[in-house]
Design a protein around this ligand. Structure first.
Ligand code: ADP
Ligand code: MG
Length: 160
C-alpha cells in the first residue's frame, strides 16, 4: 500500500527566538516555531525543505479585505550544516517586513517537499540552495492547485 501523503499539512505555532543566523548569516530570516509545534509533527514528514503558504495571526498590517497570506518555504530538521541537535521548524515568508514579529502566532500549510535537508560544504552553497528553494516555491505556488489553499477556512481570522 502507498503510504498516505502528509500533504497538505496544517500547522500553527508561536514564533520564538533562534540563533539569529537566518537574517545575519544567510540573508534569509526564518520565523522559528515553538517546541510544541515541533513535537506535533507527524513522523511521515522527513527532515527537509517544504513550500506552501504562511499567515501571521492578527497581523497589524491586516485589513478587512486582505488576509495577508504569503508564499513561504519552511525547513524542518536538525540543521546538519550547523551541527544542530534539536529539530526546528523555520519559515521564511516571501515578503519584506519592516519589523520583527517574535511572539506572534504563525499559521502554515505545507503543500509539498522541495528537497531533503542535507549539509553543505560552506555557507555559500547553503545560501545558493536556499535561493533555489525560494525560486522553486515561487513557481509551484503560482499554480491553481496551490492557490486554491488560499481560500481555506484555516486562514480565516476568527478574532475579527
Ligand atoms: P531567529 O534565529 O531568532 O529565528 P532569524 O535571523 O532567523 O532569527 O530572523 C527571524 C525573525 O525575523 C523572525 O522571527 C521574524 O520576527 C523576523 N522576520 C522579518 N522578516 C521575515 C520574513 N520575511 N520571514 C520570516 N521572518 C521574518
Ligand atoms: Mg530563524
Amino acid at each position: 500500500m502507498m503510504p498516505k501523503s502528509p500533504f497538505p499539512y496544517f500547522l500553527i505555532g508561536t514564533i520564538v527566538r533562534g540563533f539569529g543566523r537566518g537574517s545575519k548569516e544567510l540573508g534569509c530570516p526564518t520565523a522559528n516555531l515553538d517546541e510544541k509545534a515541533v513535537e506535533q509533527l507527524p513522523s511521515t514528514l522527513n527532515e527537509g525543505v517544504y513550500y506552501g503558504w504562511g499567515q501571521l495571526v492578527n497581523d497589524d498590517d491586516d485589513d478587512e479585505n486582505q488576509r495577508n497570506i504569503y508564499k513561504m518555504v519552511t525547513s524542518i530538521g536538525t540543521n546538519p550544516f550547523y551541527h544542530g541537535e534539536k529539530k526546528t521548524i523555520e519559515t521564511h515568508l516571501m515578503h519584506k517586513f519592516t519589523d520583527d514579529f517574535y511572539g506572534k502566532q504563525l499559521k502554515v500549510i505545507l503543500l509539498g517537499e522541495l528537497r531533503p535537508m542535507t549539509t553543505f560544504a560552506n555557507a555559500n552553497e547553503l545560501m545558493r540552495a536556499i535561493q533555489k528553494d525560494i525560486q522553486n516555491a515561487e513557481r509551484l505556488l503560482d499554480s491553481e492547485n496551490s492557490r486554491r489553499y488560499l481560500r481555506e477556512t484555516f486562514f480565516e481570522n476568527l478574532s475579527k
